[in-house]
Design a protein around this ligand. Structure first.
Ligand code: GLN
Length: 290
C-alpha cells in the first residue's frame, strides 16, 4: 500500500508534468475529498497508508484531470459565496468573478419580500446565494436547459433554501410576473473565440452556457429589450459581463431607457458587472420604441 505522501507526490507530479498550473493544490483537494485525508494530516502523518479503494479513486480522478476535465466536475462540486454547489457537466462552473454580481445586487436589496429573477440560472448559484444571504422569501430561476434546472433544484434542496421556483424557458418566453430585480450571467463568449479558450472550458463546459453568438452580445441585447416588461417600476437589471463588454452593454441599456447605469470591477480590476434601473414610466417608453 502506498503512503499518503507517495500518493500525493505522484499525483502532483503527473498533474504538473501535464502543465496543470495548480497541480499540487488540486492533488491536495482530491486526496482530501476522495481519501478523507486533509492537508494537515498529509503533513503531520505522511507515512500513513491509503487503502486500495482510496488509491483507486484518487488515481482515477488524476486520470480524468489529465484529460483537462475541470476539477469541479470530477469532485461534483464548486464553492461560491461561501456555499457549496453541486455541479455536473450540464452547468457552467460557478466562478469567483460572479460573486461581484451577487454582492452588487445584495447591496440593493431592501427587504426580504423582494422579487428576484435569475435569467440563465445554470447551477442556480446566483439566485440561491442571493436568497440565502438576503433571506429572501422567494425567487425565480430561468434556464433553457432542463438538465441545468435539475442541478439547480438539487442545490436548492441540499442547501435547504425555501421559496425558489425554476422555469424552463428560452429567455423570457415562459416567464411570468414582475420583478424588483433581474440578474443574469448570460452566455457571452463570441462564438469564434470559444475554441481558443483553455481546454477545461472549451472541451468540457456546456456550449449553451458559453456561446454568446457572433459578437458575444446577443443575450444582452435580447434581455435588455425584454426586461422592462418584467420589471416593476424602478426595478433593476444586473449583468455579469465579459472582457471589454461594459461600453456596449451600457449603451444597449441606455438605448432601452435604463438609467443610473454603473459598472463594477472584479478583484482583478476588470469591468465585471453592469447594472441600471428602469424608471417608472419605462414600460410605455419601451413599447413605443420597439
Ligand atoms: N448563472 C450561472 C452562473 O453564473 C450560469 C451562467 C451561464 O450558464 N451562462 O454560474
Amino acid at each position: 500500500m502506498k503512503t499518503v505522501r507517495q500518493l500525493f507526490e505522484e499525483g502532483s507530479s503527473r498533474l504538473k508534468a501535464a502543465g496543470i498550473e495548480n497541480g499540487r493544490q488540486e492533488a491536495g483537494y482530491l486526496l482530501e475529498d476522495l481519501c478523507g485525508i486533509d492537508r494537515i494530516r498529509l503533513y503531520t502523518h505522511p507515512e500513513e497508508t491509503v487503502d486500495p479503494e482510496g488509491e483507486r479513486r484518487f488515481n482515477e480522478a488524476i486520470r480524468r484531470r489529465l484529460t483537462r476535465e475541470p476539477l469541479q466536475y470530477i469532485l461534483g462540486k464548486a464553492h461560491f459565496m461561501g456555499m457549496v454547489f453541486h455541479v455536473s457537466p450540464a452547468v457552467l462552473i460557478p466562478r469567483q468573478d460572479t460573486e461581484v454580481l451577487v454582492e452588487t445586487a445584495l447591496a440593493h436589496i431592501k427587504d426580504k419580500n423582494a422579487d428576484v429573477l435569475d435569467m440563465c440560472t445554470g447551477s442556480g448559484c446566483i439566485l440561491l446565494s442571493l436568497m440565502a444571504l438576503a433571506g429572501l422569501r422567494r425567487g425565480c430561476g430561468a434556464d433553457i436547459s432542463p438538465e441545468a434546472l435539475e442541478v439547480a433544484a438539487g442545490n436548492q434542496a441540499a442547501l435547504g433554501i425555501k421559496g425558489a421556483r425554476w422555469i424552463l424557458s428560452a429567455l423570457f418566453e415562459k416567464v411570468t410576473g414582475k420583478y424588483d430585480m433581474i440578474l443574469s450571467n448570460p452566455p457571452y463568449i463570441p462564438r469564434g473565440e470559444i475554441d481558443g479558450l483553455m481546454p477545461e472550458v472549451s472541451r468540457f463546459e456546456p456550449r449553451v452556457a458559453l456561446d454568446g453568438q457572433e459578437d458575444g452580445l446577443a443575450f444582452y441585447r435580447e434581455i435588455v429589450k425584454q426586461a422592462p416588461l418584467f420589471l416593476k417600476p424602478g426595478g433593476m437589471l444586473f449583468f455579469e459581463i465579459g472582457c471589454g463588454q461594459a461600453a456596449d452593454v451600457t449603451a444597449c441599456m441606455a438605448g432601452r431607457g435604463f438609467e443610473d447605469i454603473h459598472t463594477v470591477r472584479d478583484l482583478s480590476g476588470l469591468d465585471r458587472v453592469v447594472y441600471g434601473r428602469i424608471p417608472s414610466f419605462a414600460e410605455e417608453r419601451t413599447c413605443l420604441t420597439d
